[in-house]
Design a protein around this ligand. Structure first.
Ligand code: DGL
Length: 267
């Protein structure tokens, strides 16, 4: 088949915040997005279960012709990226909470990190924090319930605002000047976060950096352009929230997911 197909997966719709940046940077590529809606959220699950699900999805994406996979989920990256890299002969790009840029830029010597339990438990987070943030204050918080709100299409609700306030208010008391979004679902809350946080706080979403890294891996030089690029969206559950958020992204950011298709595919 002519043209690159990039596989992107997440426990649900969160990875759309990464897919959006990938399409913005590489509109000539085709994409297959897999949302494991049926098994969402991954955050509270044990790592063996997340590894099992990540392998099943990876095999599905490879069968569909994907030659590079972006794990657009911090929790799945934390649990499974080493194993996936060791078991499948294609490049994997993963997510990691952007602690490093926040730690290097903070003036108050205090940063906030919001992520899932699985991400905080992971080796990547532990290593990055001890390497770059050992001499600053890191106010970290598990964002319980936030992923579910995004999946229910409630990222702009009063319920979301109340829950976010509960999580960020203690961080404000610690004078954070950066808030790291360590879960790909959370950028859907940026409009609300901008309302409840002082303007001086930088909200860091690592998705643009991950898109750049994917671009470097694919290589600009001999990129084999697809004649008719497409974006296929698979979900192991309902595709309704995917459809709604895809159309919101298209309207809000003038990005077009070309020749798109939505398919329900139970794992
Ligand atoms: N988007 C996933 C992440 O980045 C959400 C995890 C979950 O399903 O709990 O961690």
């Amino acid at each position: 088949m002519k043209g690159k197909i990039i596989g992107v997966f997440d426990s649900g719709v969160g990875g759309l915040t990464v897919l959006k940046e990938l399409v913005k940077l590489m509109p000539q590529c085709s994409y297959i997005y897999f949302a494991d809606t049926l098994n969402c959220p991954y955050g509270p699950k044990g790592s063996n279960e997340i590894i099992r699900l990540s392998k099943v999805i990876t095999e599905f994406l490879i069968k569909q012709g994907c030659t590079t996979i972006v794990i657009a989920c911090n929790t799945a990256t934390a649990a499974a990226i080493d194993l996936l890299r060791a078991n499948y002969p294609i490049p994997f790009v993963g997510m990691e909470p952007a602690v490093k840029p926040a730690a290097l830029c903070t003036k108050t010597k205090s940063i906030g990190v919001l992520a899932t339990k699985g991400t905080f438990k992971g080796r990547l987070y532990q290593e990055t924090t001890s390497k770059y943030a050992s001499n600053i204050k890191v106010c970290y918080r598990v964002g319980s319930g936030l992923v579910e709100l995004v999946e229910q299409g409630k990222s702009n609700s009063e319920e979301a605002k109340d829950l976010l306030k509960k999580y960020v208010n203690p961080m404000l008391q610690e004078s954070i000047d950066h808030l790291v979004l360590g879960c790909t679902h959370y950028p859907f809350f940026i409009p609300i976060l901008k309302e409840i946080l002082p303007e001086s706080i930088d909200i860091i979403d690592p998705a643009p950096a991950v898109a750049k890294q994917t671009n470097r891996i694919i290589g600009d030089n001999n990129c084999d352009y697809a004649e008719k690029p497409f974006v296929k969206f698979f979900s192991s559950g309902s595709t309704q929230t995917l459809k709604n958020l895809v159309s919101e992204i298209e309207q809000g950011s003038k990005i077009t997911f070309r020749n798109k298709e939505f398919i329900e595919y139970p794992l």
